[in-house]
Design a protein around this ligand. Structure first.
Ligand code: UDP
Length: 244
């Protein structure tokens, strides 16, 4: 598959359609615990600073460009990506395809009760999909063991892991050899958005590539994290070409 190296992370040049098809293919091939991460600029900036984390990202079966910053970076590096392939959008397209095939899903992450709410909405919207389990994302060692046992008992085709970055990527990586699932997706606030607990930016912001601005206005506490956005742009401009 065609990839672009952005500050050390090997991003797949796939659109939402191709990414969701690829995941369905992994399920149909009976793969064991393949995983998909959807890094945005903030996460790629973290990976640039933290080689170990970057190596974890690069073990994914699919690494998609979540965020317009990543799409611009690929363009700057002369290896454009056709469109943003955000975790939330990929998950929605994937659930449509899973529904047609009666495939199963497990929701892991977000605050207590939120995944249950999301499950009801998913069952209503994606008729045919099986949501075989839910667990919130706040756990101690004992609860974590129970969650893993429950996942392995249910053996879902797909596991959504929504613990925020970099926690979810590290969690999936640490558990990759024990999870009895076909594919895991590390997709941040997706369960929150599906449940209606967090609003996705209105279409206007998404179409004009300023979803980040909407999130900042809604959650001003993100300002510290978001400073990584301009830093990411400068770093790609200054050092991006060294990564080939
Ligand atoms: N979360 C969780 N466990 C934790 C920390 C966070 O389940 O220990 C959840 C949190 O409730 C939220 C999601 O992870 O649903 C993080 O969402 P956010 O939009 O911040 O994701 P990011 O932008 O970091 O990918």
């Amino acid at each position: 598959m065609d990839k672009v190296n952005i500050l050390g992370a090997h991003i797949d040049k796939v659109n939402i359609e191709q990414a969701s098809d690829k995941i369905i293919e992994m399920i149909e091939n009976g793969e064991k615990c393949k995983y998909v991460f959807t890094p945005n600029s903030e996460i790629l900036m973290r990976a640039y600073r933290d080689k170990e984390f970057c190596d974890i990202l690069n073990t994914a079966a699919l690494l998609t460009a979540d965020g317009i910053g990543v799409v611009y970076a690929a363009k700057i590096l002369g290896s454009p990506i056709e469109e943003r392939c955000a975790g939330f959008d990929t998950a929605c397209r994937l659930m449509e395809k899973m529904a047609q095939k009666g495939m199963s899903l497990y929701l892991f992450g977000s605050k207590p009760g939120v995944a249950d709410k999301a499950r009801d909405i998913i069952l209503e919207k994606y008729k045919g999909i099986q949501v075989v389990g839910c667990a919130d994302g706040y756990f101690d060692a004992e609860k974590e063991e129970q969650i893993v046992a429950d996942i392995n008992d249910k053996k879902p085709n797909v596991l959504f892991v929504c613990l925020g970055a970099p926690k979810q990527e590290k969690w999936i990586y640490d558990h990759r050899n024990e999870l009895e699932v076909n594919v895991c997706l590390g997709i941040g606030g997706t369960i929150d958005v599906i449940s209606g607990n967090t609003e996705r930016a209105p279409d206007f912001y998404i179409r004009h590539n300023i979803e980040w601005l909407y999130r900042l206005v809604k959650q001003p506490s993100r300002i510290g994290r978001m400073m990584d956005l301009p830093k990411f742009g400068f770093t790609v401009l200054l050092h991006g070409k060294k990564y080939k």
